[in-house]
Design a protein around this ligand. Structure first.
Ligand code: ARG
Length: 264
């Protein structure tokens, strides 16, 4: 697996666009740099390769690379951010990917789509989260751009506003979810697709446990998840790599938000 990350030199809480962000509780600069180093080191140990895009001072949330868009082979589906403060990030990513030979695609400007934060691939199945950032209207456009089954899930909890904050498919049978994020209809779809649905606890939700990177049988997740969470995943044959993410959680994201998957 290879992912795109972004160095955290300019990460800070400068505005509030989700309930985790408090300008009065800014990120600690030296802690952020330590946590970024540790994150890369943990990816390395879990066999995840990474590239980095250059950070830009104007975009403090650029560390959350998952939202720039979605990569499908050599296609880059560019995000249309809901909030003005992040809009410039997808243009920087588009420039970066064009340079590497990717072809860029986009949805109409008025239709918000926040990239891999709300669109997760599991082989030939795609899961789209909508209702908080990505709009429901994005679904038919994504269906046309991607080949495979697409399952859409409405997100109802303001704290878990991107699909990757509350839903982590491990394989075709098993998914980890935060159960307070979905409608009854969404839960039905999830239970129909997966035979094992692992539910996170309140302790796990506080550290955005679903926001993990899954590389084969290795899982990279933020520190502070419950023992039950680890036991459940180990019982399914996974090895857990924990890394401190407290500074990034102040911005409303953890490991997966800081990773845009380039190749599986
Ligand atoms: N502060 C960022 C925002 O609200 C956090 C993004 C988290 N990213 C993610 N893929 N869930 O947009």
């Amino acid at each position: 697996m290879e992912i795109l990350t972004c160095a955290s030199d300019y990460f800070r809480i400068e505005y509030e666009i989700n309930p985790w962000m408090k300008v009065s509780d800014n990120a600690d600069k030296s802690e952020v740099l330590i946590q970024y180093r540790k994150l890369l080191d943990t990816f390395f140990r879990a066999g995840v390769k990474f590239k980095g895009i250059e950070p830009d001072f104007k975009f403090p949330d650029m560390v959350y690379t998952a939202n720039y868009g979605f990569i499908n082979n050599k296609k880059f589906i560019k995000a249309n951010f809901k909030y003005e403060q992040r809009r410039g990030e997808s243009a920087l990513a588009e420039k970066y990917f064009r340079h590497l030979g990717y072809k860029s695609y986009s949805l109409p400007d008025s239709i918000y789509f926040e990239g891999e934060g709300d669109l997760l691939a599991l082989e030939d199945t795609y899961f789209v989260g909508w209702g908080k950032r990505t709009m429901k209207e994005a679904v038919p456009y994504l269906k046309e751009m991607l080949n495979g089954e697409l399952i859409d899930l409405e997100l109802i909890n303001p704290y878990y506003y991107h699909l990757d904050t509350c839903f982590a498919p491990l394989n075709k049978k098993t998914v980890v979810i935060n159960p307070n994020s979905f409608t009854d209809k969404g839960m039905e779809k999830i239970n129909k697709y997966f035979s094992n649905v692992i539910l996170t606890s309140e302790q796990d939700n506080k550290v955005l446990a679903c926001n993990m990177v899954v590389n084969g049988k290795n899982i990279v997740v933020g520190e502070g998840v419950s023992d039950k969470f680890k036991t459940d995943l180990r019982a399914h044959g996974y090895t857990i790599f924990e890394t401190p993410m407290s500074q990034y959680i102040k911005g409303g994201g953890s490991v997966k938000c800081c990773s845009l998957i380039l190749t599986i």
